[in-house]
Design a protein. Structure first.
Length: 351
């Protein structure tokens, strides 16, 4: 299976909206992002490691006044021809700005749309006008020669209308639509009461959205939900172990390499392989796949919780369980192990 060669280049925790579920909400706009020289150093490492696709992220990358120069640096100095801008669309509603971004080298946009109405979307972004602007930006981008993708964060405020969002964006030729379950970590962990929805409650709406709209997108995924909630829909489920095998997702090892260095990553990879993976998963696999799987398994072992009962589940070797914070909004009795032969490959459902 082909490993992703995409990585993120983070331009800093600066933003012009205030999404309630943002992991960094309480720390936004406290500091400038990395300098262009620091970004150049990061790009050198990523390029040396074989990365050929960059997602510009933040915060919100368009807040930076030097974004055009950064895009040119990524494209012209490092020869990166696939550049994606992850965005809330606020500034891109200005068609001349969007054109400048595309002319500089961006050929893919990933828009963050969280409602099918201003009331729901802006209830989450907390900025009036943000819905009208992102929809205008999406329309403008659809007129340009770029690839389009959309992310929706599913929370207690919008899980019932996920189908309405999918219907609203379906005419725009979206290649990849991701529904991302609310993640109770960092600053977002303080907002469980207002945002969390148990997976068992959201699952019928997720399945209905897939049933009705999956054919409208090249790829539709629900991110970060255990497989037991999505039986029959597994090919639409993505947890961290699966991300490595999808072209639209990041090689998370690269981010850790930039932040922690090679030694820490190597130790984490070995620890993941030794402690988290079943020996049966290793046979016949490409060493590079195992390296990625080991690192991600280690990360999952820190961030996720899998109760003892999961050992009997057929998905247990490719499923990380739930975020540690999930216990705050579910009694965990909604995790129901599924009987059957163990699934050994993280990309079993994508083959
Ligand atoms: S391993 Fe546990 S959390 Fe994962 S699918 Fe099975 S029962 Fe659900």
């Amino acid at each position: 299976m082909r490993l992703t060669t995409r990585a993120d280049l983070n331009l800093g925790l600066i933003c012009n909206v205030k999404c309630r579920f943002c992991y960094d909400l309480d720390h936004l706009n406290h500091a400038k992002g990395p300098s262009i020289e620091e970004l150049r150093r990061s790009m050198g490492i990523l390029k040396n490691n074989g990365i050929d696709t960059i997602d510009l992220t933040g915060g919100e990358a368009t807040v930076r006044s030097d974004l055009i120069a950064i895009i040119r640096m990524v494209k012209e100095e490092f020869g990166i021809n696939n550049i994606c801008l992850i965005t809330n669309g606020f500034k891109l509603a200005d068609s001349s700005y969007l054109k400048a971004v595309v002319d500089a080298g961006v050929n893919e946009f990933l828009f963050s749309i969280h409602g099918a109405s201003a009331q729901v979307h802006e209830g989450l972004t907390q900025v009036p006008g943000s819905f009208e602007r992102i929809m205008r930006a999406l329309h403008e981008a659809s007129q340009a020669r770029v690839r389009l993708r959309v992310n929706t964060t599913a929370t207690s405020r919008n899980y019932r209308i996920l189908g309405d969002i999918a219907a609203m964006i379906s005419p725009f030729k979206i290649e990849n639509y991701n529904i991302i379950m609310y993640i109770p970590v960092l600053d977002a962990a303080h907002r469980v009461d207002e945002l969390a929805v148990p997976y068992s409650v959201a699952a019928p709406f997720l399945k209905d959205t897939i049933d009705r709209y999956a054919q409208c997108f090249d790829r539709l995924y629900v991110k970060y939900i255990p497989f037991c909630f999505m039986q029959g829909y597994e090919k639409h489920v993505m947890n961290f172990l699966q991300t490595t095998y999808l072209p639209y997702e990041w090689d998370f090892c690269q981010r850790a390499l930039l932040r922690r260095g090679r030694l820490v990553c190597a130790l984490a990879t070995v620890a993941g392989l030794l402690s988290c993976m079943d020996m049966r998963m290793l046979f016949g696999r490409d060493p590079k796949e195992l390296q990625r799987d080991g690192f991600i398994s280690f990360q999952d072992s820190i961030n996720k919780h899998k109760p003892f009962k999961c050992r009997s589940c057929k998905y247990s070797l490719i499923c990380p369980g739930v975020w540690r914070g999930y216990k705050q909004f579910s009694k965990m009795d909604d995790l129901v192990p599924v009987q059957g032969a163990k699934i050994l490959s993280p990309y079993h459902f994508y083959e």
